[in-house]
Every structure is written in structure tokens, then in C-alpha cells.
Write a protein that binds this ligand. Structure first.
Ligand SMILES: *Cc1c(COP(=O)(O)O)cnc(C)c1O
Length: 341
């Protein structure tokens, strides 16, 4: 497949661009229709739609990659499909079956193949699936109609000049309640995080870290990314909690650390006052893969990990291996990369 759209691939950031096609499917009378591709990038919905009033909506984020040979691969869409099913269950919305989700992603990538950035630019095609509750409602009750849509945009590499460590503060706010919707990928969690994010930005930090909402003693999330650390004895550790959003990048890094780098791995509590046990730390998610954490400021004290300017060696290896897998340069575990033909 060849690129034909006229874009300066190396200038791409993370902004909305209208690509050629998106997939839209409607749920009416208790079932999904077959869905179809459309060039129309607007949705027309009732003013009574529960997604507008009561936040009945969830979304996903995943990427398609162009390999050295020009093939197009999607990274672990089955995992996003499974996670979206859980988000739908939590918000009492009809599930999008895994096969339908993957098929929609493949259709969208195929129809927009010209928008998949060339290998070597570091740029990728970002896919945004979402489910929203729509229709004429106003009382607090689940919608009777839903829209499942998937659109895509080409996005640049998160770090333009290569990975650089970022500084974080610890927020007094919570992004989710102990038995709330923290583990579901829902817009409401994001709306609640905009203000704490802005407070951190104003003080010069990249973003804020959220502690566990019940005791405020353990690390949960780094903005909208998961946390990991490397211990002095070379273990990959990452927090475990019901209010953390289960990051597919995080679970992929757990696998890479164990199976590719031969490290021990552990999901366990990471206390904010015991950061000394970690020699490296990072934030992980689809957008950046890994953002190295240079420092965390907690109660006025700045804790520096590996370095404020240089990426730690293990973080670097984890990043290179996972990105290598995604772009098809490193052999992927069975089933991780789905080719779009
Ligand atoms: C999406 C998301 C992540 C990262 O998940 P990935 O599957 O790795 O992209 C982490 N935290 C939050 C709150 C998220 O919404």
C-alpha cells in the first residue's frame, strides 16, 4: 500500500484531522445494525441524549503502524475490544462484540490506508472507538439507542526529539472513587481530571499523579497513563488497584519485561513515601508508549529518579522493545499484531 495524502508526516502532533472514512453503527430495538463506513464526520443526535446529560459514554484508543515492508499492523485490538465491553457493562450500555469491534477497526484502517504514516517517521494512525447513549430521553435512565463509531487520525510521535524525562506533582484530587468508574475508560473520569491537570501545569509540571482514593498513600495513575517503576534489584513493578484503568501498554510492558528482558515483574502497592526503592519510573499508555518520569514532587519534596535529563537504561530497553514489536521490527508474541490486508 502506498501513501498518497499530502501531509508533512514529521510535523504531526496529536490533533483532530478529518480523514476520509469513519465507521458508524446504531443500536436500535435491542440490536446493533451492520454498521457502515461514511465520509460524514458529524453525528446528529437528540438533545435528550444521555451521553450529553449523564455521561453515558465510553471510548478506546489504539494504533495502527506501518512496517518497514509497508504492511499495516494494528496493535492488540482484541484487548481494546475486551476493555470496551467492560466499560459498556459498567455504564449499563450494550456491549460491542469483540469481532464487531475488531472488524470496525480493520475497516477504518483499510479505508484510510493512505493516512497511515510511512515507516521511519515515528508517526502512527490513532484509532478512536466510542459508544454513546443517544435518543429522546431526559430522566436518569439508560438510553434506548446507542451509537458505536470508530474514526482515525494520523498522529506524530509523542516525543519529537526523542524521549525526555518529565516532572510530575502529586494531586490532592482523586480521578475516581474506590468502587467508582476508575477501571472503565469513560469520559467522566477525564472531565474530572481537567482541573487537577491544569493546576499541575500552572506550577510547571507535565501532569499530576493520582493517589489511591481510599487512603491517599499509594500511586494509582500518572495523569491519563499507568505508572511503573524499576526497583534497585531490577524488578518491574506497577500498582494494583480496582480504580486504575487497566492499561494495555502496561500489561504489554509487563510481558516484555518478563519474556524479552528476563526481569521479574510484580503488580503490587507502590507507596508515595517509599519512592527510594525505585531507580527508574515511567508513565505508560498508547499515546506515548512510555514517558520517563524524571521526578515526582510530593508535599514540597522533589524526588528524582534516574535523572532529570536522561532516560534510564531499563526504561529505554522496554521502550525500544515494545515499539520494535509494534512497528514489526521485533518478533511479536502470538496474536499481538493484526495485519490489515
Ligand atoms: C487509556 C488510559 C490509560 C492507558 O491505557 P492504554 O491501553 O495503555 O492506552 C491509562 N490510564 C487511563 C486513565 C486511561 O484512560
Amino acid at each position: 500500500m502506498k501513501n498518497t495524502v499530502n501531509i508533512e508526516w514529521d510535523k504531526l502532533g496529536f490533533s483532530y484531522i478529518k480523514t476520509d472514512y469513519r465507521y458508524v453503527s446504531y443500536w436500535k430495538e435491542d440490536s446493533w445494525d451492520n454498521g457502515k463506513l461514511t465520509s460524514d464526520n458529524t453525528l446528529t443526535i437528540s438533545e435528550g441524549s444521555p451521553c450529553l446529560h449523564y455521561g453515558q459514554q465510553c471510548f478506546e484508543g489504539l494504533k495502527a503502524y506501518r512496517t518497514r515492508e509497508g504492511k499495516i499492523l494494528i496493535f492488540r485490538p482484541d484487548q481494546n475490544a475486551k476493555r470496551m465491553i467492560k466499560s459498556c457493562q459498567r455504564l449499563f450500555m450494550p456491549e460491542v462484540p469483540e469481532a464487531k469491534f475488531i472488524d470496525a477497526c480493520i475497516q477504518v484502517v483499510k479505508a484510510n490506508a493512505d493516512w497511515v504514516p510511512p515507516y521511519g517517521t515515528g508517526a502512527t494512525l490513532y484509532l478512536r472507538p466510542l459508544v454513546i447513549g443517544v435518543g429522546d430521553n431526559i430522566g436518569v435512565s439508560p438510553a434506548k439507542e446507542y451509537i458505536f463509531t470508530v474514526f482515525c487520525i494520523p498522529v506524530g510521535p509523542y516525543f519529537k526529539g526523542g524521549m525526555t524525562p518529565l516532572n510530575f506533582s502529586v494531586s490532592d484530587y482523586d480521578r475516581a472513587a474506590p468502587k467508582g468508574t476508575g477501571a472503565a475508560k469513560v469520559g467522566g473520569n477525564y472531565a474530572a481530571s481537567l482541573y487537577p491537570h491544569e493546576l499541575a501545569r500552572k506550577e510547571g509540571y507535565a501532569d499530576c499523579i493520582y493517589l489511591d482514593p481510599a487512603t491517599h498513600t499509594k500511586i494509582e495513575e500518572v495523569g491519563a497513563a499507568n505508572f511503573f517503576g524499576i526497583t534497585k534489584d531490577n524488578k518491574f513493578v506497577t500498582p494494583i488497584s480496582d480504580s486504575i484503568l487497566p492499561s494495555i501498554t502496561k500489561y504489554s510492558l509487563l510481558y516484555v519485561a518478563k519474556e524479552y528482558l528476563g526481569m521479574e515483574t510484580e503488580e503490587r502497592d507502590i507507596y508515595i513515601d517509599k519512592l527510594d526503592e525505585l531507580v527508574e519510573a515511567g508513565a505508560c499508555g498508547t499515546a506515548a508508549v512510555i514517558s520517563p518520569i524524571g521526578s515526582i514532587t510530593y508535599k514540597g519534596k522533589k524526588h528524582v529518579f534516574h535523572s532529570l535529563t536522561e532516560v534510564g537504561p531499563i526504561t529505554r530497553k522496554l521502550y525500544d522493545t515494545l515499539v520494535g514489536i509494534q512497528f514489526g521490527d521485533v518478533k511479536a508474541p502470538e496474536g499481538w499484531m493484526v495485519e490489515v490486508k
